[in-house]
Design a protein around this ligand. Structure first.
Ligand code: ADP
Length: 391
């Protein structure tokens, strides 16, 4: 019998998934169901990362796609027994500081949070419903992007707004928590208990200050818009701009949402692309300014987060840009020597893991993130498959 847990990341028309064994860090298979609907596609990779043929299936709905995924896995592992499914869920609200097994009550609670994350939460919940339908009786475990930050001190949880808004949930939730959780779990001993700033720089980008492995402050706030500029999101913005757009330009909430989530950030500044690789080679003044702005905002946030935790022992880069762009890492670090940050160019060119110069006071590292593994660990734990047994 092959016991396994499945991780699912459900978007509006896509499902990213990974099948993990009951023990061990390497998935048995991974894949993507895309364009769920009449033109749906399903791509699978096996344990070695090589493409594997997918079973024919009905890709018109999330439930159909999940079933097709599982049938494909069964083709590879005929004696497969699914113990649990772990779901990436963007919002766990005020109360969830850890993963939770989904019951009807939990589901109702998560549905009520949809207004806090209207672009993602409903799709994540569709994934849970679809998996519950496809695998009756199998535990569904919700893993939240917000959970890792829930024990931040009040001062980093609040906005200076009337109290009643805080009480109804207008707080700084922070996101990318599954990524930070993973990084915290693999920090080397000498820095694990120190003050570490993690820069998750992907299409979505944020930073988090850790002390002793726990989140103290982060750049994202109530929504995934705040903090750093991103591929298409604006990052930090003066709320007065939004008032101007509403009052003077008559823009609706939907139009402003589209502007801030989809047309801003690197794309908006460059007028060219949200893709850092493309901007690095574009050589237009606007692309250079977009990169300048991104780098500058990263530097400022690192300074701000270091102030929040009273210093810095290590800086960790992760996600697409953080893991791969030696140029952006070098440019961010170039003006941080006052924080003891000094890169070794050869190590930086090799993408780490340690990229700081020998003897530099602050350790700088590149650590590839692994959000799926954090979800798989939670899915295992929920059904009593402990990591101790895995060791
Ligand atoms: P998401 O937030 O969608 O998961 P990723 O973590 O995959 O995004 O990051 C995507 C970003 O990483 C894109 O801007 C992409 O251009 C950038 N990226 C990936 N590889 C490189 C590279 N070699 N050099 C520069 N940027 C890169």
């Amino acid at each position: 019998m092959t016991e396994a847990v499945l991780t699912l990341n459900a978007g509006s028309s896509s499902l990213k998934f990974a099948l993990f064994p009951a023990r061990g860090d390497r998935p048995l298979a991974t894949g993507l169901a895309d364009r769920i609907g009449p033109e749906g596609t399903l791509k699978l990779k096996g344990r070695d990362g090589q493409p594997v043929a997918a079973a024919p299936g009905d890709l018109r709905s999330h439930a159909g796609a999940i079933r097709a995924v599982f049938d494909s896995f069964r083709g590879q592992y005929p004696d497969l027994t699914l113990r649990s499914v772990g779901h990436r869920v963007v919002h766990g609200g005020v109360s969830h500081a850890a993963p939770v097994t989904v019951t009807a009550t939990v589901m109702a609670e998560l549905e009520a949070l949809a207004p806090f994350a209207p672009l993602h939460q409903p799709h994540n919940l569709t994934g849970i419903r679809a998996a519950a339908e496809a695998f009756a009786g199998v535990a569904q475990v919700a893993c939240f992007d917000t959970a890792f930050h829930r024990n931040q001190p009040w001062i980093n949880d609040a906005f200076a707004l009337p109290r009643a808004l805080y009480d109804e949930g207008v707080r700084r939730y922070g996101f990318h928590g599954l990524s930070y959780d993973y990084i915290a779990s693999v920090l080397p001993g000498e820095v694990a208990h120190g003050r570490v700033i993690v820069a998750h720089l992907g299409n979505g980008a944020s930073m988090c200050a850790l002390h002793n492995g726990r989140s103290v402050a982060s750049t994202m706030g109530f929504s995934a818009l705040d903090g750093l500029p991103m591929g298409t999101r604006c990052g930090q913005i003066d709320p007065g701009v939004l008032l101007y757009l509403m009052d003077q330009k008559g823009m609706s909430a939907a139009q402003i949402s589209d502007l801030l989530y989809r047309q801003s950030g690197l794309l908006g500044l460059s007028g060219l692309s949200n893709d850092m690789r493309m901007l690095e080679t574009a050589e237009t003044p606007e692309a250079e300014q977009a990169i300048d702005y991104f780098v500058y905002r990263c530097q400022r946030e690192i300074g701000s987060l270091a102030a929040a935790v009273g210093g810095i022992d290590a800086l960790v880069f992760t996600a697409g840009i953080g893991e791969n762009s030696r140029l952006i890492r070098a440019r961010i670090c170039a003006r941080l020597s006052w924080m003891g940050i000094e890169l070794d160019p050869a190590r930086n060119a090799d993408n780490g893991p340690v990229i700081s110069a020998a003897g530099a006071p602050t350790t700088v590292m590149v650590i590839p993130t692994n959000e799926e593994l954090v979800i798989a660990r939670a899915a295992r734990a929920a059904v009593g498959l402990t990591e101790q047994e895995a060791a």
